[in-house]
Design a protein around this ligand. Structure first.
Ligand code: AP5
Ligand code: MG
Length: 190
């Protein structure tokens, strides 16, 4: 199974991706976690991306796509991608690659959470400079400007759906699984 999770900063992408990976036995591939690991390890990629991540700006597309190619292709039993694609450009460019290899996505899940709840969660978590109040505001602005157009681009595709991400993490997980099962039944019948 191959899934995408799309949502604002703090929407619960990481939380839900981890559960979906365990439930379906697929790889959890988080662009943000991989980037932060490179920063911690002070690799040359880490040095290139540190200021973007710390400031809440998007890392250049080419850097993210190069970094993800290997784990996506290695995920033989499937993947849940958390945090990629997050722009229309990333979606269109990566589609060309995965389509040719027959590993394109089967469902895209949008986690919808009100802004006040996103801010509350991120300030409570406090993950370094990324979760400082001004940076949180900036990340939310980047989401509106760069990722909301991606949701509009995917709107109406039968494999894209939105769930209410403001519920408990368990309830969100069950909603997602229910929608995936419905989608699988629909796909099997067509
Ligand atoms: P990334 O790591 O993707 O960060 P983000 O999108 O800002 O989102 P977070 O990871 O902060 O939140 P989340 O949605 O995963 O929520 P979580 O489960 O943690 O990206 C970081 C940076 O890397 C970007 O700013 C950019 O610089 C770069 N980057 C990454 N991908 C890129 C790309 N494709 N292109 C370019 N640059 C890229 O939950 C948040 C908190 O809420 C946690 O404390 C959690 O316990 C809690 N929580 C979760 N669910 C619930 C719930 N249902 N109820 C109550 N609390 C909950
Ligand atoms: Mg995350």
């Amino acid at each position: 199974m191959r899934l995408l999770l799309i949502g604002a900063p703090g929407a619960g992408k990481g939380t839900q991706a981890e559960r979906l990976a365990a439930r379906f036995g697929i790889a959890h591939i988080s662009s943000g976690d991989l980037l932060r690991q490179h920063v911690r390890d002070q690799t040359s990629l880490g040095q290139t991306v540190k200021s973007y991540v710390d400031n809440g700006d998007l890392v250049p597309d080419g850097v993210v796509m190069d970094m993800l190619r290997k784990p996506v292709l290695a995920a033989a039993s499937g993947y849940v991608l958390d945090g990629f694609p997050r722009t229309v450009e990333q979606a269109t460019e990566s589609y060309a690659v995965v389509r040719a290899l027959g590993v394109e996505v089967q469902a895209a899940i949008h986690l919808d959470v009100p802004r006040e709840e996103l801010v509350r969660r991120l300030l409570a978590r406090g993950r370094g400079s990324e979760d400082a109040e001004a940076v949180v505001e900036h990340r939310l602005q980047v989401y509106l400007e760069r990722t909301v157009p991606l949701l509009e681009y995917y709107a109406g595709r039968e494999w894209m759906f939105t769930v209410d991400g403001a519920q408990s993490a368990d309830a969100v997980h069950e909603d997602i699984v229910g929608r995936i099962q419905k989608l699988a039944a629909f796909t099997a019948s067509t």
